[in-house]
Ligand binder design. Structure first.
Ligand SMILES: Nc1ncnc2c1ncn2[C@@H]1O[C@H](COP(=O)(O)OP(=O)(O)OP(=O)(O)O)[C@@H](O)[C@H]1O
Length: 241
């Protein structure tokens, strides 16, 4: 379909004989927030990394990845980034010795496309303006996560991939970060959100993909998926008030 921003087909990742991911199809449309959930080792990070053509080891990666209608599956990671496919990896890495302002300026200098303006970034993350002259290493986990997302926005995303942005954050910050992600999506930016905190993800996503051992076990609109017994049993048990 023409309105698909990011699309993967037959994306397969194998470490030796171990199949880490076997994904027949995944699509992300403008204004859509898709959550990817699953147990440890289910293949969530493998998925977002494979979309970027990146991996921790030396797996075999095959399949098609299309961004804004163009095949990018054979391009090196930096070229996919330049074209607007951006990943904020787990832990929200930032330059620890650079200030918030310098981190943002470095992203702007590296941008392949027109990114969000500084004013737009501060509108989303007012806390970063207050911390402008603090070193990246001095930020809290939540602030670092915000800065990592802000850097990606400055780089000009067409689609944003977030790998566990809530990890290590206090519950109040988790919802702040995820609500801000929702605002970005509502303004048009499609986001693929890997999230272990299924309860929090369900509050903001449009669709949910449940991975198990590298395969899609279930997927669908969040309204249906939140009633799926496999989701309830594994992630939402004891929720009845
Ligand atoms: N560098 C590697 N070498 C060999 N196998 C790997 C490597 N990286 C990941 N795997 C395997 O790929 C599978 C998926 O791992 P992945 O890290 O994508 O899971 P995940 O769902 O992100 O888990 P978590 O929630 O723990 O981060 C696992 O079986 C893992 O052992």
């Amino acid at each position: 379909m023409s309105d698909v921003v990011l699309e993967a087909r037959d994306l397969v990742v194998a470490y030796g004989g171990n199949l880490a991911l076997d994904l027949p199809h995944l699509a992300l449309r403008p204004g859509e927030l898709v959550g990817v959930v699953g147990a440890n080792g289910a293949g969530k990070s493998t998925l977002v990394n494979a979309l970027l053509g990146w991996s921790r080891g030396t797996p075999r990666i095959s399949g098609s990845v299309r961004l804004a209608g163009e095949e990018i599956g054979a391009l090196p990671t930096h070229e996919r980034v330049r074209r607007g496919l951006l990943l904020v990896p787990e832990g929200g890495p930032v330059f620890g010795r650079l200030t918030v302002a310098e981190n943002l300026a470095a992203a702007e200098a590296a941008a392949g496309r027109r990114g969000y303006t500084e004013a737009e970034v501060f509108d989303l993350f007012p806390r970063l303006r207050e911390r402008l002259h603090h070193a990246g290493a001095a930020l809290s986990g939540g602030e670092r996560q915000m800065l990592a997302i802000a850097r990606s926005l400055r780089l000009g995303p067409r689609a944003l991939l977030l790998d566990e942005p809530s990890i290590g954050l206090a519950p109040r910050l988790v919802s702040t970060v995820l609500r801000t992600v929702r605002r970005l999506v509502d303004a048009g930016l499609p986001v693929l959100l890997v999230e272990q905190n299924v309860r929090a993800a369900i509050e903001v996503v449009d669709r949910l993909v449940l991975l198990e051992r590298g395969r899609i076990l279930a997927e669908g609109p969040v309204a249906a998926m939140r009633d799926d017994p496999r989701i309830i049993e594994a992630y939402l048990g004891d929720t009845v008030a």
